[in-house]
Design a protein around this ligand. Structure first.
Ligand code: G3P
Length: 502
């Protein structure tokens, strides 16, 4: 038998599922990718079909293997990373979901969250779980399914229904489903449900009872880098160990090798997510950030992070493409934006899912302000790009305030960091250098690293640090006063978008 040369990461994201093979240097060898349907049954509702996601997963695994012209024998281990919070409830006997996956962006649980907050307010559980009550998280989504899907409550109480984020769904299926299927999630994904105690890393029975969620529905919580199961005999990757699971933002933090306290990364995906490593103790935020588990390796102590989550950044560009037809492909936004000198006075607050960090306002809705007859498509494209940078600046300010130390540079990754105009504006606004690594697929890389560490494919985290290489850095060049003026106007625009829904 040959020694396997690769580790496979499966990245189950909001818009697509990918399988990527990485070699020992952390370089990409091959990729398979499939988009899945975004289902919008009503304003504010966003769903995915879990069966489509599972089918796509099998296909992309085959694609990645075929493109590299290798078989399962060349794959040392599989790591899974996933869109977080998105909630699947399925029947453990038939393997069928009882409802579509309710996506993290979905706001249908706003009244449910208000009801749970009661007189205690949205921070009722924050001390225990690190999160405010918000439509973003999984627990209220499970509660919604149990309250609204015919027969679901009874089946759940009989022990027939189980819940998981998409990592759980894929692991359960990859390991054969049914009685043999492993029903697990890792600490990072569990930390986004609102149901896990941050300090003990166990499910919180009281919160589950408040939400009416039977404990029998919940997956076993495992470490992010540890053996959790083996791919079943029915699948292409049969007998390959699954040894890594991380929510995608935690995986990106891992892939960026942010292993030291104070190191931070910002990922530019459908939304933006900035995480800063805060070490072995959870740090609570006074400025609208979330406390979350960054990762846990084997039996070691968990490492925590503070996170600033922004719901809409890259998906605003998709919206310009799909809903307005303003561009033919996402990269065209840069060309359009580069055709004008500035935003022409337009500020675009994309509060499509309300506003997440640092505002947490479920009642906010999108607003475009500052319009005059002068404004053209280029200005709107520019305002859409700038929205990403402004929102990231707000989150960075919250991070500096919470940690008491100012960040000196920011590592970035994700699809939008290919956009030079955005990266320069980001550095101008943040007033610190923005640094892009050679591998910008750090989410998948982080999942591969976690899986590979557990099987000795990589010997230590030091090897991962050594693999990290800088590609490009942007220094702030804009006059500071100009940047501050733009930020002032942005904040005024944010005020206009808030508290919109009756
Ligand atoms: O919390 C949601 C986040 O995990 C989604 O990430 O990259 O799929 O948009 P992404």
């Amino acid at each position: 038998m040959t020694t396997p040369r690769y580790v496979m990461a499966i990245d189950q994201g909001t818009t697509s599922t990918r399988a990527i093979l990485f070699d020992h240097s952390g370089a990409i060898v091959s990729t398979g990718q499939r988009e899945h349907e975004q289902i919008f049954p009503r304003a504010g509702w966003v769903e995915h079909d879990p069966v489509e996601i599972w089918t796509n997963t099998r296909e992309v695994i085959g694609e990645a293997l075929a493109r590299a012209e290798v078989t399962r024998h060349d794959v040392a281990a599989v790591g899974i990373t996933n869109q977080r919070e998105t909630t699947v409830v399925w029947d453990r006997n038939t393997g069928k979901p009882v409802y579509n996956a309710i996506v993290w962006q979905d706001t249908r649980t706003d009244h449910l969250c208000e009801r749970l907050a009661g007189d205690d307010g949205a921070d009722r559980y924050k001390e225990r779980v690190g999160l405010p009550l918000a439509t973003y998280f999984s627990g209220p989504k499970v509660a919604w399914i149990l309250e609204n899907v015919d027969g679901a409550r009874e089946a759940a109480e009989n022990g027939d229904l189980i819940f998981g984020t998409t990592d759980s769904w894929l692991v359960w299926n990859l390991t054969g489903g049914g009685e043999g299927g492993r029903h697990v999630t890792d600490v990072t994904n569990a930390s986004r449900t609102m149901l896990m105690n941050l300090d003990t890393l166990d499910w919180n029975e009281e919160i589950c009872a408040d939400m009416g969620i039977p404990m029998s529905m919940l997956p076993e919580i495992v470490s992010s880098s540890a053996e959790v199961g083996t791919v079943s005999g029915q699948q292409l990757l049969r007998e390959t160990p699954i040894t890594g699971i991380l929510g995608d933002q935690h995986a990106a933090t891992f892939g960026q090798a942010c292993f030291e306290v104070g190191q931070a990364k910002n990922t530019y995906g459908t939304g933006n997510f900035m995480l800063i490593n805060t070490g072995e103790e959870p740090v609570h935020s006074d400025n609208g950030l979330l406390t979350t588990v960054a990762y846990r390796i084997g039996d070691q102590k968990p490492v925590y992070a503070l996170e600033g989550s922004i719901a809409v950044t890259g998906s605003l560009i998709q919206w310009l493409r799909d809903n307005l037809g303003m561009i033919g492909s996402a990269p065209e936004v840069e060309t359009l934006a580069a055709g004008v000198e500035d935003n022409g006075g337009v500020y675009f607050v994309p509060a499509f899912s309300g506003l997440f960090a640092p505002h947490w306002d479920a009642a906010a809705r999108g607003a475009m302000v500052g319009m005059t007859r002068y404004v053209n498509k280029g200005h709107i494209a520019r305002a859409a790009l700038e929205a990403t940078a402004f929102q990231s600046r707000e989150v960075l300010d919250a991070m500096n305030a919470d940690s008491g130390v100012d960040l000196t540079e920011l590592k970035v990754d994700g699809g939008m960091v290919a956009n030079e105009l955005l990266m320069q504006f980001q550095a101008d606004l943040l007033r610190v250098p923005v640094v892009r690594p050679k591998v910008i697929e750090t989410t998948a890389l982080g999942a591969a690293y976690a899986a590979g560490l557990a099987v000795g494919f990589w010997a230590s985290q030091d090897e991962l640090v050594a693999n990290w290489e800088e590609d490009k850095r942007w220094e702030p060049t804009m006059d500071e006063e100009e940047a501050e003026r733009a930020l002032r106007l942005w904040k005024k625009a944010v005020e206009r978008s808030r508290d919109w829904v009756d």
